[in-house]
Design a protein around this ligand. Sequence first.
Ligand SMILES: Cc1cn([C@H]2C[C@H](O)[C@@H](COP(=O)(O)OP(=O)(O)OP(=O)(O)O)O2)c(=O)[nH]c1=O
Length: 203
Amino acid sequence: MSQVQTQPIFLASASPRRRELLTQMGIVHDVLHVPAPPGEDEPILPGEHPASYVRRTARDKAERAVAHLADCGLPPRPILTADTTVMLGSQILGKAHTDDDVRDALRTLSGKEHEVHTAIVLAWQNRLYEDVSITSVIMKSLDSDEIEWYAQSGEGIGKAGAYGIQGLASAFVSSINGSYSGVMGLPLFETCRLLARAYSASG
Ligand SMILES: Cc1cn([C@H]2C[C@H](O)[C@@H](COP(=O)(O)OP(=O)(O)OP(=O)(O)O)O2)c(=O)[nH]c1=O
């Protein structure tokens, strides 16, 4: 990445996976901590299509991060945000907050193919550069012991769709078609392409 990166970027994310993935690609960055907005976490708007939801949420995060940077009086830098959403047909499976959420989500995903959408946004010089990675994931049929074992591991909490492909749930995923890093939360190919696009547009 160093061939296109001209300055450290800000990653406006609380996700440790996103930090790890950026570091893995050698993208020099600092984490920007943006206070969460009041109210429900990442609400779905009435009638909003799942594929639009993930883009809008990533864009909202970017807009809040830009405003926060300005409020802090820090000099501008490119800011990267992302949102990962698991979709089963037209149903959005949100983040799991409790062990019961994990059990419910795994029962829903068991034996089926679903999609993981990760939208990324780079805010730079009054523009938002955007992309989305879509990956199909097939999960094997899970029995109640497997669901219980996973729920009790605690790994599904805080994750879209209530599982992390990078951990114990790798034993449940029989195949993916798309981007592994996208499922984890930050599609690396698309992120590098977005940075290159933003830098070339800004000269
Ligand atoms: C499907 C899947 C999701 N996830 C995670 C990635 C994201 O962190 C999380 C989805 O929540 P997001 O709302 O995308 O991100 P976040 O709230 O964790 O972080 P922030 O908004 O501050 O950037 O689910 C995995 O780690 N592995 C997986 O296999």
